[in-house]
Design a protein around this ligand. Structure first.
Ligand SMILES: Cc1cc2nc3c(=O)[nH]c(=O)nc-3n(C[C@H](O)[C@H](O)[C@H](O)COP(=O)(O)OP(=O)(O)OC[C@H]3O[C@@H](n4cnc5c(N)ncnc54)[C@H](O)[C@@H]3O)c2cc1C
Length: 442
């Protein structure tokens, strides 16, 4: 039985993408450049700072280059990060150059999320993607694809597509449509983020500064802006969410860096706190439909792999769409995506206690890990994750034990990662003022 004929005010495309975030708009460009007819639907007229990813690890930079997207990141004001600098007691160590261990590394990238979203959407329009922005979408399954009613100020249009892509973020309606459910992994700690103006640190490095129970991260951007993060136990995150939260946040992050680095710093966006845990979807694909980026499952934001994962998803999907029968794409996409995402999820669980826990037991584990890294600096490849990405790595009990040095002679098995302990304090779901609440809950 063939599908009914599309109505008059209709458009037939190869792929319809719901969500014009970095995932959706980048995918639309990459598919369009490969010769496909693509439609992209974004609901927000103007973008606001939701405290999302702006620093891309070296493996993600490589994906960006492989997709030919680097010039657009540069147009959005990207800064290259060939270095990573660590601080203890507000003192910088010698910056680490990625190329010391990975000679081909392109280093990391820092780029303003909103600017990049704007540039990508505009470019998609210029290169012939059918962009509906702002518009709402109501997809309906038909025999060989999806019919999507798109409503915008220009009226209604019926889009027929052989493949529907949900790039609509953590709260994906496309995921619900294909019968998927999402679950958060146990929360271990929190990450707070804010855009700050006036930080005085070198722009060509990421800046990671340790405190007793966590760390700060700072990535410089253009126009005297910087994205600052503070990773800490959930109780401390709750303390930082009062009316004076933004000042307290700047003071606490600033104290981790050399004198003067934050002397002129002031808020340039909302403050928001987020749980460290992954948001895991039980489906990444349905019939003639796939999910990419955060919609498909979002990794622990403290790890900073989200955008790299987005670009990896795009490469996988592009290659499948070009190589395989489109009806087979969803299943093949989901099977490959599950594999590399599992590596990031599991590594984040292993790393969580090491980030914020204090006390004798975790110190003993850290010492054991240090010995393990002398024997195998790569930790079976997992220590290279930020440089080379998850491809080729497999998570199992042996990999976990090796990561923690439990396979060393005379090693101790500490039982990590442990599930998060029950906490008596109110869990942090979002900050207290309206702008930050919106940022944290979306
Ligand atoms: C605190 C924090 C820090 C992070 N730090 C980093 C980092 O340093 N590095 C990194 O790589 N990643 C980081 N991430 C993760 C990264 O931000 C995300 O993985 C990435 O933004 C996901 O992009 P996306 O396009 O899939 O989703 P989103 O950015 O959420 O985009 C989804 C888009 O879909 C649109 N949309 C939603 N529903 C509909 C609908 N029904 N119709 C039409 N449009 C719709 C939305 O308006 C939005 O534009 C961080 C995340 C958090 C929370």
């Amino acid at each position: 039985m063939s599908s009914p004929t599309p109505p008059v005010n209709s458009l037939t495309v190869d792929v319809a993408i719901i969500g014009g975030g970095i995932a959706g708009s980048s995918l639309s460009l990459v598919l369009r450049r490969a010769g496909l007819e693509v439609a992209l639907i974004e609901r927000e007229r103007t973008f606001r700072d939701r405290i999302r990813g702006e620093a891309i690890h070296p493996w993600g930079t490589k994906e960006v280059h492989m997709m030919g997207l680097r010039p657009l990141l540069d147009e959005a004001g990207a800064i290259s990060l060939p270095l990573w600098t660590r601080y203890r007691d507000a003192e910088a160590s010698t910056p680490y150059a990625w190329t010391d261990d990975f000679p081909d590394s392109l280093g990391g990238i820092s780029v303003n999320h909103l600017r990049l979203q704007q540039v990508l959407l505009q470019e998609a329009r210029d290169e012939g993607v059918r962009v509906f922005w702002p518009a709402s979408a109501s997809p309906m399954k038909v025999q060989d694809g999806w019919d999507t009613t798109v409503s915008s100020t220009g009226g209604e249009k019926r889009l027929r597509a052989r493949l529907l892509v949900g790039a609509d973020g953590q709260r994906s309606a496309t995921r619900t449509l294909i019968g998927g459910n999402v679950k958060r992994d146990p929360v271990h700690h929190h990450i707070g983020g804010m855009l700050v103006r006036g930080v005085d640190l070198p722009a060509n490095s990421a800046h990671q500064a340790h405190h007793v129970a966590g760390f700060g991260l700072v990535y410089l951007q253009r126009d005297s802006l910087a994205r600052a993060y503070y990773i800490c136990p959930t109780e401390e995150a709750a303390e930082l969410q009062g009316p004076s939260g933004t000042e307290a946040f700047i003071a606490r992050v600033g104290a981790l860096y050399p004198d003067g680095a934050f002397a002129q710093a002031e808020p340039a966006g909302p403050l928001g706190f987020f749980p460290n845990a992954d948001l895991v979807s039980d489906r990444m694909a349905g019939r003639h439909a796939v999910l990419i980026g955060d919609a498909a499952s979002a990794n622990d934001p403290c790890q900073g792999h989200g955008l790299s994962l987005v670009f990896r998803d795009i490469r996988l999907l592009r290659d499948l769409v070009l190589d395989a029968d489109i009806a087979d794409v969803p299943e093949r996409f989901a099977s490959a995506r599950k594999e590399y995402y599992a590596v990031l999820r599991e590594h984040a669980r292993w790393a969580a206690p090491l980030a914020t826990e204090t006390g004798e037991e975790i110190e003993a584990l850290r010492a054991q890990i240090e010995r393990a890294r002398e024997a195998d600096p790569s930790a079976g490849g997992f220590a290279n994750l930020f440089a080379t990405g998850p491809d080729g790595l497999h998570v199992d009990e042996a990999a976990r034990a090796h990561f923690y040095g439990e396979d060393l002679p005379g090693a101790t098995v500490f039982g990590y990662p442990q599930p998060a302990p029950e906490r008596r304090t109110r869990p942090v779901e979002g900050p207290t003022n309206t702008s930050t609440m919106r940022a944290a809950n979306e």
